[in-house]
Write a protein that binds this ligand. Sequence first.
Ligand code: HEM
Ligand code: HEM
Length: 139
Amino acid sequence: MSTLKTTLTGYTGYRGREGHYAFLLHRITGLGTVLFLVIHIIDIALVYLSPKGFLDVVALYQTTLFGIGEIALVFCVFFHGINGLRIAYFDMFKPANWSIETERNSTRITLIATLILWLPATFFMARNILIHNYGLFGG
Ligand code: HEM
Ligand code: HEM
């Protein structure tokens, strides 16, 4: 219990700004993607185990709530991937450059690159939800 308390106060109390946020986001997006992957393995297995169940699951994924979840999943995968490459780059090629300043700059670049990939994907995914679930844009 005291370990949990230390973890929670450390997560929220530490004032590391960009480096701290990058660490937290990397952990949340990594765990979020793992959670998705577990569900995803079960849903794809249904094709074999229960084809009718698979169609039900696909129908569930078409609901607005799951659509929003998918948009969040795309953010998780992009951020985690790009930030993971950033960490690996510094670890392998520039270990002497791990400083607060480079951490802050490279985190900002990571976030911008994530947004450049994520926003267009969000546009198309959100548009699909509006077309298919709400009949907008001639849907
Ligand atoms: C482009 C692909 C990926 C890259 C480059 C990548 C990179 C990394 C790196 C470098 C770390 C260690 C971070 C550190 O030591 O500070 C890490 C941690 C982690 N990754 Fe990935 N990863 C990728 C894909 C994935 C996927 C697909 C999942 C989930 C299925 C995942 C789940 C995790 C988790 C749970 C952690 C531990 C987070 C933590 O300790 O805070 N990663 N990843
Ligand atoms: C909303 C996003 C996603 C959708 C709609 C989706 C859909 C699918 C579908 C339909 C299959 C079956 C492919 C086939 O065998 O014909 C599949 C397989 C698979 N997916 Fe996803 N997927 C998504 C995201 C992801 C993500 C983010 C990961 C990794 C973290 C992932 C990992 C896998 C793996 C490992 C397989 C099995 C490989 C294969 O059968 O080819 N998927 N996915």
